[in-house]
Design a protein around this ligand. Structure first.
Ligand SMILES: *[C@@H]1O[C@H](CO)[C@@H](O)[C@H](O)[C@H]1NC(C)=O
Ligand SMILES: *[C@@H]1O[C@H](CO)[C@@H](O)[C@H](O)[C@H]1NC(C)=O
Ligand SMILES: *[C@@H]1O[C@H](CO)[C@@H](O)[C@H](O)[C@H]1NC(C)=O
Ligand SMILES: *[C@@H]1O[C@H](CO)[C@@H](O)[C@H](O)[C@H]1NC(C)=O
Ligand SMILES: *[C@@H]1O[C@H](CO)[C@@H](O)[C@H](O)[C@H]1NC(C)=O
Ligand SMILES: *[C@@H]1O[C@H](CO)[C@@H](O)[C@H](O)[C@H]1NC(C)=O
Length: 570
């Protein structure tokens, strides 16, 4: 059994009983609010937090208003302190690319599409992005001054053309790059790149063929992969899943997602690795939404009105859990292209997406304008991984928005605890008069903690070593019950196409001092439990969460890094 606060269960039982009244009277859950603030100059179809104050966003080259050097920009840096953005230069096309942070804090964007020139453009601003590698070095200036994207396509590129690929940071701090397609395909993956590769490269830059990817065409774009606490990688695509051993180069087949539900692009469901807790860090994966339509059906026979799947399935990645297989749950409504965001208290927020239809643009029999999807779902829902089966979904305190977030949206948690929501463009260019427009409005979904006095943490080291406890100062408002204290170490992930790659939450053991003024925290045991690299530490007391403080986890060296810390004993 996983217990959130690492206390003996008898103690938990006693405090649970005592805390019923306290929770009701002293720590009301409170209301979440959607606040619109600022507009982007590109569609935020990819988004990643690259520093405590900056979000980097990527788009395609097809008419966005943001300009740089006399042509359209397709990369924008968003300043969370001013809620304004400015353009960055790029050489290659970043449409439907992926990315992640490395063990040394550098952000790397990979893949993209072949160059695409808007009508009338004669000076080509963008080069073929399918082998693109784009480097954004750690940016120290809070406003992003002088921070740039570096590209040199002639000398620095992937081994294969990859459009709609995924990238995740693995145990040695490198990126594992998974699958993709070669050419523009109207809907399904009909020209797949069924291989893995790495950045920095392994195997002398050769790709590794994946039988799993070959089995999962034509519905395997943006495969959802997660680094597991033993260093292996779980991947789900279409309705199948595997564990890939990066070192032994073996694929172990796991049970199929039940009921014919497909969960990757163009039938986008979403997936997350649930929070990992000490001492055992037992991995569990949750997969939600998508579609149970047959992927043998030509897209022009599918409809924007086909119901999206309301199915969630969850698997525990231990021998016993795998034997049990996927356990089925149901969301309150179906969702195509949902987003799942891990919250520092261990809950999962599910937001965005549509009640019917599919991902991609203008490929079904009856698109709404250009959108293959219809009936936007405008109210988020919580999933509580610790609640019992059948009572894990709730909507307490969650508001409804009036901004649909459909295909080509980007969403990420921010260090304040607010969730940044941007993008949505189920069109091939900028469209302003359709049912589902190109969406430039930025929103934040603000948690109740933002309007309360919150715990605050200071004197946090910039770098923490695996398994070596460190002590921080903490200030906890008097009305909070310190018996309920959680410390989360989080990677906030790279968001695109209903997937937050590298997103991760590892709970850390923590001991409050007698005077409640300092907190001693034990980092994860090793670089497999938390792939080495940047993270944010959030402290939640009595369900009120501090702001997140950025730390570098591990030695901060460039990948591939050596194993660090101590092995997990099972
Ligand atoms: C929008 O963001 C700016 C900059 O952070 C802030 O000053 C302003 O209060 C925000 N407006 C709203 C409505 O939250
Ligand atoms: C940015 O670069 C300019 C010119 O090199 C320099 O004068 C300035 O100090 C730099 N600003 C920051 C914040 O690094
Ligand atoms: C999984 O999807 C494939 C098509 O991609 C289909 O043939 C197969 O029946 C599905 N399996 C299950 C168990 O639904
Ligand atoms: C397919 O999914 C829809 C929406 O969740 C559901 O109504 C329908 O019963 C499912 N069909 C099958 C055969 O499972
Ligand atoms: C939107 O505007 C364009 C250009 O003015 C026009 O061609 C198109 O028909 C309009 N679409 C809708 C849905 O009104
Ligand atoms: C991090 O490592 C990558 C890959 O080797 C390299 O391109 C980048 O310059 C490094 N960044 C820093 C800050 O060392």
């Amino acid at each position: 059994m996983r217990s959130p606060s690492f206390l003996p269960s008898s103690f938990l039982f006693a405090t649970l009983y005592l805390s019923v009244l306290r929770v009701a009277s002293l720590a009301p859950k409170g209301e979440w609010t959607f606040v619109q603030n600022g507009t982007t100059g590109i569609t935020a179809l990819e988004a990643i937090l690259v520093s405590p104050t900056l979000i980097l966003m990527f788009d395609r080259v097809l008419g966005d208003p943001l300009q740089i050097d006399g042509h359209q920009a397709w990369v924008e840096l968003w300043n969370l302190e001013t809620n304004t953005g400015f353009p960055l230069n790029a050489i290659t096309d970043t449409f439907c690319a992926s990315g992640a942070l490395l063990s040394n804090g550098t952000m790397v964007s990979v893949g993209g599409q072949a160059s695409e020139l808007p009508p009338g453009v004669t000076v080509p601003p963008d080069a073929d992005g399918r082998m693109g590698i784009r480097i954004f070095e750690p940016c120290a200036d809070p406003a992003g001054l002088n921070c740039t994207l570096f590209e040199d396509p002639a000398t620095l590129h992937l081994a294969a053309n990859r459009w709609y690929t995924s990238a995740i940071r693995i145990f040695d701090g490198s990126l594992m790059i998974i699958g993709g397609t070669h050419e523009e395909t109207p809907f399904y993956n009909t020209d797949p790149e069924n291989s893995f590769e790495f950045f920095p490269p392994k195997d002398n830059g050769q790709t590794r063929f994946s039988p799993f990817l070959a089995r999962t065409v034509p519905t395997n774009l943006f495969p959802r992969g997660f680094a597991l606490p033993d260093g292996k990688v779980f991947i789900v695509a279409n309705n199948q899943s595997i564990i890939y051993d990066v070192e032994a180069q073996t694929e172990t087949i796991l049970p199929t997602i039940p009921n014919g539900v497909h969960v990757t692009n163009p039938m986008d469901g979403t997936a997350t690795l649930l929070p990992l807790s000490p001492p055992d860090f037992i991995p569990e994966v949750l997969v939600c939404g998508g579609s149970n339509s047959s992927d043998a059906t030509p897209s022009e026979e599918l409809s924007s009105q086909d119901p999206a799947s309301d199915q969630c399935t969850r698997i525990t990645l231990t021998p016993e859990g795998i034997k049990k297989g996927w356990i089925i749950e149901r969301m309150p409504e179906g969702r195509m292209m949902p987003e799942m965001i891990l919250l520092p208290n261990g809950q999962v927020l599910i937001t965005n997406g549509a009640g019917t239809g599919y991902a991609a643009i203008s490929s079904v029999s009856d698109p709404i304008g250009n959108s293959n999807a219809d009936h936007p779902v405008l109210t988020p829902v919580f999933y509580d991984p610790e609640a019992s089966l059948g009572s894990r979904f709730n909507r307490e305190g969650l508001p409804t928005t009036n901004i649909p977030r459909l295909y080509h949206s980007g969403t990420t948690m921010t260090p304040s605890g607010a969730i940044f929501l941007a993008g949505s463009n189920p069109n091939s260019g900028v469209v302003e008069n359709a049912t589902f427009n190109t969406e430039f409005r930025v929103q934040f979904l603000n948690p109740p903690s933002l309007s309360r006095s919150r715990p605050s943490v200071s004197r946090v080291p910039e770098k923490i070593a695996f398994n070596e406890p460190f002590t921080v100062d903490i200030d906890i408002p008097n009305d909070l019950n310190t018996g309920d204290l959680k410390v989360a170490l989080m990677d906030l992930g790279f968001s695109t196409h209903a997937f937050h790659s590298s997103s991760r939450l590892v709970f850390m053991e923590a001991q409050l001092s007698g005077n409640q003024k300092s907190l001693t925290i034990r980092p994860p045991p090793n670089n497999r439990v938390y792939p080495p690299g940047p993270a944010y530490i959030f402290v939640t007391v009595d369900d009120v969460t501090s702001t997140g403080t950025r730390v570098m986890v591990g030695n901060g060296a460039s990948p591939p890094v050596q194993d660090q810390g101590v092995p997990l004993v099972s």
